[in-house]
Design a protein around this ligand. Structure first.
Ligand SMILES: [Zn+2]
Length: 242
């Protein structure tokens, strides 16, 4: 895997050009954030060991196949390491594809594989896990989470944004890399979540697909405007020009 260090704490692991997962340094070892496609467990463990720390926990932004693909293999190799995901997306891991009555009744998109691994920690908005604050960011999936490193405000945003093919809010089709858009469940919620992430004033945007971006505010703002315009157009309304 290609390894890109942002700081002494955060390492991006990339497979097949555009598929990322992360190692985040904590006092007790690495937090693995997302597990990439299938077949990457050994590579993730090797990179952690080269960087000289044990894997202390596995954390998932959401239940899509390119983020949980190597979960079962990692869990099998590291059975005592806690696994955390939102309570909402945990249901998908067990094969429960139902929507709640309170949720938009629009079809789920993208691949949600059933996993053998039972998460040990079910996360909610506002929880803390190591140095990370848990941010509820539904839209791409119903229980999508982002994580803000409280030490340096690096934001690990999963698929709430992408930077591959251009910085975009999940749901905006970037034709050079349309995968996250095509896998997005509810664009309206995705837009609200993107605004919430911008308001956190992150120092770094680290996403599931594409390079890490420092000082991401302007690019995130622009991506939000593009999404607003495209949703307004889809609704047949003129965009509100502030
Ligand atoms: Zn996804």
């Amino acid at each position: 895997m290609k390894v890109t260090a942002y700081s002494n704490n955060l390492f991006q692991l990339t497979r097949f050009v555009a598929f990322n997962c992360y190692l985040l340094r904590e006092d007790d070892g690495f937090t693995v954030i997302d597990t990439n496609m299938g077949g990457q467990a050994q590579a993730i463990m090797q990179e952690a060991s080269k960087l000289g720390l044990p894997i202390a926990r596995i954390l998932l932004t959401h239940a899509h196949v390119d983020h949980v693909g190597s979960l079962d293999a990692l869990h099998e190799a590291l059975p005592d390491v806690p696994v955390a995901i939102s309570e909402r997306d945990a249901r998908f891991l067990s094969g429960d594809m139902s929507l709640d009555p309170s949720e938009p009744q629009v079809p789920l998109r993208g691949g949600y594989p059933v996993c053998k691994t039972k998460p040990t920690l079910l996360l909610h908005e506002g929880d803390r896990i190591g140095s990370l604050e848990v941010i509820g960011t539904p839209g791409h999936t119903p229980g999508h989470l982002a994580f803000l490193d409280t030490r340096d405000r690096a934001l690990i945003a999963g698929d709430a944004f992408q930077t591959q093919g251009g910085v975009a809010v999940s749901g905006t089709v970037e034709w050079l890399f349309p995968l996250p858009a095509l896998a997005t469940w509810d664009k309206g919620l995705a837009l609200e979540s993107a605004r919430k992430l911008l308001a956190l004033r992150p120092s770094l945007l680290a996403v599931g697909h594409g390079r890490m971006l420092e000082h991401p505010q302007a690019a995130m703002e622009h991506a939000i405007r593009v999404m607003e315009r495209s949703l307004a157009k889809a609704e047949g309304k003129q965009p509100h020009v502030a």
